[in-house]
Design a protein around this ligand. Structure first.
Ligand SMILES: Nc1nc2c(ncn2[C@@H]2O[C@H](COP(=O)(O)OP(=O)(O)OP(=O)(O)O)[C@@H](O)[C@H]2O)c(=O)[nH]1
Length: 430
């Protein structure tokens, strides 16, 4: 690795490969549409940023190209006030990764946008492209210098890389010096702006370490510490921040080499397992299922990202889960629409997911309420009220699936309690 870089540097220093200045020349960018590329590792905050930009820039007309990969598509349901409503155009490329398999689709999409808005005269202020967490942004940048039609209509205005302050060092350590796992490094190396996000999760000393690691990879990018991906708009959009020459310089590469020989850094050890099924999820069982994988740092190491939209027994609202390793963000969002299929969708993204496919699929399905509850309302029961063998109290069932618990029970002393699952462990026949 080191010698390859040294060799490239030597050739650059010798002047055998001069840089082309054409692409980054400001005068050529004026009549073209600015493109902001949003990149960053899984769960770093890209979608949060996309929504933020769209909210803040609501006086602008922006086209959004979103790339999602995974056996089960979830992102469309993940965010409240979904940005579809706000974007002028939204194109989802979900057939593979934009930096390799669907690069042709990206070019086609850009041609269409170019034809409609640039040549066709309709108004558009810019394009936002959100990459998947596993994508290397370099091939996307390449598209804007290699394809003549694309080049005529668009220019890369800013490559914004989201970095998760809590998990970045671990990701960069894994990524360093390994071309197969080089994604996290490439995302920073190719950026013009780095949003050092999630600063609420780390202390100042840790933040300084992450900042140093970013600088080692890219001394030219501006680093902006932030929370919830919120950075000043004048640093993000329509700023003319991206300069290919500078980026390539940092990597001892010249444009010709970049155009012709750049190999995308794809972390092929990351895969995903998705489950899609109908039925009502028992909340208590589901949380215990997640605990099996996400309750310690060690267990959660392989689980880079878990996302789900679920139909939970006892609720009329969608339940949305977003995890980045151990960190769980979850809660009920909006109600299921009348007539909408209440389908559960969950995706596990990480390392060694394939050997866990059966276990994850069966484990998730075991959280579904497949049997009717044993005790009708008003049935007298014994409820478990403590940890001891004899800690049972008489009571009566007063409701089913109450606050996501199987039963609400009224005890003989007048108190009311929940039995989370319909098991003899919690509630039994009187
Ligand atoms: N604590 C904390 N959480 C944040 C912050 N910014 C975003 N998040 C949460 O991090 C999770 C991932 O955020 P997303 O914006 O979906 O990340 P992403 O990069 O789009 O994720 P992928 O598309 O799966 O790669 C969500 O649960 C966010 O609410 C932050 O500043 N602090």
């Amino acid at each position: 690795m080191g010698s390859e870089i040294d060799d490239k540097k030597r050739r650059t220093d010798d002047g055998h490969h001069g840089h082309s200045h054409g692409y980054s020349d400001a005068h050529r960018t004026r009549s073209r549409l600015p493109v902001t590329v949003l990149t960053g590792y899984l769960g770093a905050g890209k979608t949060t940023l996309l929504n933020y930009i769209l909210r803040e820039q609501n006086d602008k007309k922006l086209a959004v190209i979103e790339n999602e990969i995974g056996e089960v598509s979830i992102d469309d349901a993940l965010v409240e006030n979904k940005h579809q409503d706000m974007a002028e155009e939204l194109v989802l490329l979900d057939n593979g990764c934009i930096c390799c398999t669907v690069r042709g689709d990206l070019i086609q999409t850009l041609h269409k946008i170019g034809a409609k808005y640039v040549s066709g005269g309709a108004h558009l202020d810019g394009v936002l492209i959100e990459l998947t967490g596993m994508a290397d942004p370099a091939p996307v940048v390449q598209t804007f210098i290699v394809d003549d039609d694309v080049k005529r209509c668009f220019y890369v205005d800013n490559v914004v890389t989201l970095v998760d302050a809590k998990h970045a060092i671990e990701k960069l350590d894994e990524s360093k010096g390994d071309p197969e796992k080089g994604t996290a490094c490439a995302q920073i190396a190719f950026s013009s702006t780095v949003l050092l996000n999630k600063i609420d999760l780390v202390d100042g000393a840790h933040l300084d370490k992450v900042r140093m690691r970013i600088k080692e990879l890219n001394a030219a990018a501006e680093i902006i510490p932030c929370q919830q991906s919120q950075a000043p708009m004048d640093k993000l959009f329509n700023v003319g921040a991206f300069n290919l020459e500078k980026v390539l310089d940092e990597q001892y590469m010249d444009e010709e080499e970049f155009r012709r020989f750049y190999q995308p850094k794809m972390d092929r050890s990351v895969s995903n397992v998705g489950v899609r099924c109908e039925g009502a999820v028992m909340m208590f069982a589901f949380q215990r299922f997640l605990d099996r994988y996400l309750s310690t740092e060690e267990q959660a190491k392989d689980f880079l990202r878990v996302k789900a939209v679920l139909n939970v027994a006892g609720s009329q609202d969608k339940f949305v889960l977003q995890c980045v390793h151990m960190l769980r963000n979850q809660g009920f969002t909006k109600p299921w629409a009348p007539g909408e299929k209440r389908e559960n969708r969950i995706i596990f993204i990480g390392r060694a997911m394939q050997p866990r496919r059966q276990e994850l699929t069966e484990g998730f399905k075991a959280c579904l309420a497949t049997q009717p509850l044993r005790f009708p309302v008003n049935t007298p029961i014994f409820a478990k009220v403590g940890a001891g063998d004899n800690d049972w109290m008489r009571g009566v069932v007063i409701a089913h699936w109450n606050e996501c618990n199987a039963y609400r029970l009224r005890l003989e002393d007048g108190d009311e309690v929940h039995a989370p699952l319909d098991l003899d462990f919690f509630v039994k026949k009187a």
